[in-house]
Design a protein around this ligand. Structure first.
Ligand code: HEM
Length: 533
């Protein structure tokens, strides 16, 4: 296979030689020559001003190739581009082309430097909005409002114990109504959709409370908005930013996404006003005795943040954020099918937790944190199938000088190749081997029992970022994935539809998705083997 990602920044000299000629140009060729000249000017502009020539470029075959070709190459072979860049540069910065930016990929020795840079210098939110093509996908609201982030940190995470039982309750409802009851007949399911439905329902129970969480319109909004945003951003990233305003008119997912957002506002604004009215009458006790994310947001919002339309919009942002949990849960399920030898140890661990703590519905946070084998398997599964190959995204708002003198220019979009870093043998020994208990074993070492967890961030394991800006929802995500997986693994058997073939992932840009159409088989386990509720 040819090297698609030759680092032309390293080989600049040949391209800097000027081509000389002294013949006159016939008139008939004027048109093409002018066009060629315009083309050259356009891409000379892109080379000289768009790229920082200090750093080698990967994923570009020639400096004269149209930017959309480079965008398309990263869309098709992002993993190869990043692997080749990481291998060739190791402890140096490299870059690749992506719509609207030439992304600088920093090596991991700068993790701490980046962690320490304040947001007015290296901004994660501007980078997320850029990644999500926020001005075209309605995700730019997070530029002006971080109420959802604060609510996760100040309310959701400290109250995880309080959300366990409602989540379990909602999952029981979803399983009861959505999965087969047959112990004999194998039934085909599409895990992407089944798990998406479970995550939507369980999340909605916590994000909106019992009164709204089974509303079919909301459940549709919460899954479909996310899906359409991802379709839009995958498409838009193939084209230069200046075309996006126009393209938005022609991409169905763009106006579908906006329509779902309008629907969400129509559903939630009356609910917010109803709650506000209730509070003004002095009724502060949460309905159903369980507080939910919406009431927490309303409680801590500043007057400027309290606009019901904004609160509704942030609820939609939350359902998009929790979509990553769905991807992770499906990947774990597929990995358990690909490596079935881990299923029994994990089931035994769950049974011993029932013996120790009691039936499933009485479990608290501690019981979930003691599922170390399941947790380890989830982390290993994430190592093989991360939702994204890049993390630690920042947009540099003011020129920054790192500890060794490296200058990050104003306007640069930086990130780290999370997967290449974690799978470096210096970070993960024998990285090609799937060892579901890898992190479980590490936790048995002295003083390391609390490290190496699915939700732990480490300076070389960056799936959730690192430092103050790391994903605030990771503790909730870890809990939610376990709450969904434990009953599934205990109450059902699964098998691959096509023998020995783990459903293939889909790759687009730096993202890895599970295929929506992949199918597996399931049937219910006998009552004696099921989870004691
Ligand atoms: C396995 C699932 C998840 C993964 C892998 C993940 C990963 C990430 C990553 C890499 C970031 C960027 C961190 C940085 O800037 O360095 C992030 C940010 C964030 N995540 Fe997660 N996440 C997950 C689940 C969740 C869930 C369930 C929630 C909500 C409860 C959530 C809410 C957020 C929010 C609010 C941000 C910040 C975005 C902003 O700037 O507004 N995440 N996540």
């Amino acid at each position: 296979m040819g090297n698609t990602t030759e680092p032309w920044g390293l080989l600049r000299e040949p391209y800097s030689e000027s081509v000389k000629g002294n013949g006159s140009i016939p008139w008939s060729l004027t048109g093409p020559v002018v066009l060629l000249g315009a083309y050259c000017l356009l891409f000379t502009w892109s080379i000289l001003f768009d790229c920082n020539l200090k750093f080698p470029v990967f994923g570009v075959k020639s400096p004269w190739e149209p930017v959309t070709v480079s965008y398309f190459r990263f869309f098709r072979s992002g993993e190869t581009v990043l692997q080749e860049g990481y291998r060739a540069c190791r402890d140096k910065v490299f870059q690749f082309r992506r719509a609207g930016t030439n992304m600088l990929v920093l090596p991991p020795q700068y993790v701490d430097d980046i962690r320490k840079l304040p947001s007015h210098v290296a901004n994660p939110t501007v980078a997320h909005v850029h990644n999500l093509m926020g001005s075209s996908t309605n995700m730019d609201i997070i530029l002006h409002n971080n109420l959802h982030f604060r609510t996760i940190q100040l309310k959701l995470t400290p109250n995880l114990s309080a959300v366990i039982q409602p989540m379990q309750d909602e999952l029981n409802f979803a399983i009861e109504h959505g999965l087969t009851k047959s112990e004999d007949e194998w039934v085909t399911i599409k895990p992407y959709h089944t798990v998406a439905d479970f995550v939507a329902r369980v999340s909605a129970r916590i994000f909106l409370g019992k009164s709204m969480c089974r509303n079919p319109e909301w459940l549709e909004v919460s899954t479909q908005f996310t899906e359409n945003v991802f379709i839009s951003l995958v498409v838009l990233r193939l084209f230069p930013m200046w075309t996006h305003g126009l393209l938005n008119w022609f991409i169905p997912s763009s106006y579908k996404g906006s329509a779902y957002l309008r629907k969400a506002k129509k559903l939630l604004v009356p609910e917010i006003l109803r709650r506000r009215e209730r509070n003004s009458q002095g009724v502060n006790k949460p309905e159903g005795n369980n507080p939910d994310f919406l009431s927490w947001m309303m409680e801590i919002a500043t007057p400027e943040e309290s606009d019901p339309i904004t609160l509704a919009h942030l609820e939609v942002v939350m359902s998009l954020a929790s979509n990553t949990s769905q991807m992770n849960a499906v990947q774990v399920l597929y990995d358990l099918l690909a490596y079935p030898e881990y299923l029994e140890p994990i089931r035994e661990e769950i049974c011993s937790m029932v013996n120790e703590v009691g039936p499933w519905m009485s479990w608290g946070k501690l019981a979930f944190s003691k599922l170390q084998k399941l947790d380890s398997f989830m982390r290993e599964s994430q190592r093989f199938n991360p939702p994204t190959l890049l993390s630690m995204h920042r947009v540099i708002l003011e020129e920054a000088v790192l500890s060794d003198g490296l200058v990050l220019p104003k306007g640069a979009h930086i990130s780290m190749a999370v997967n290449a870093i974690q799978n470096d043998p210096e970070v993960t020994p024998k990285p090609k081997i799937f060892d579901g208990l890898r992190y479980y074993k590490l936790r048995q070492r002295e003083d390391e029992a609390n490290f190496h967890q699915f939700s732990s961030t480490q300076d070389r394991i960056l799936h959730f970022g690192y430092g103050a800006n790391a994903c605030p929802g990771r503790f909730f995500a870890s809990l939610e994935i376990k709450i969904i997986l434990v009953p599934l693994l205990m109450d059902y058997e699964f098998k691959l539809k096509h023998r020995d073939q783990r459903p293939k992932n889909l790759h687009a840009h730096e993202f890895i998705y599970t295929s929506p159409d992949a199918e597996i088989l399931m049937r219910r386990r006998p009552a004696s083997e099921r989870l004691e509720l």
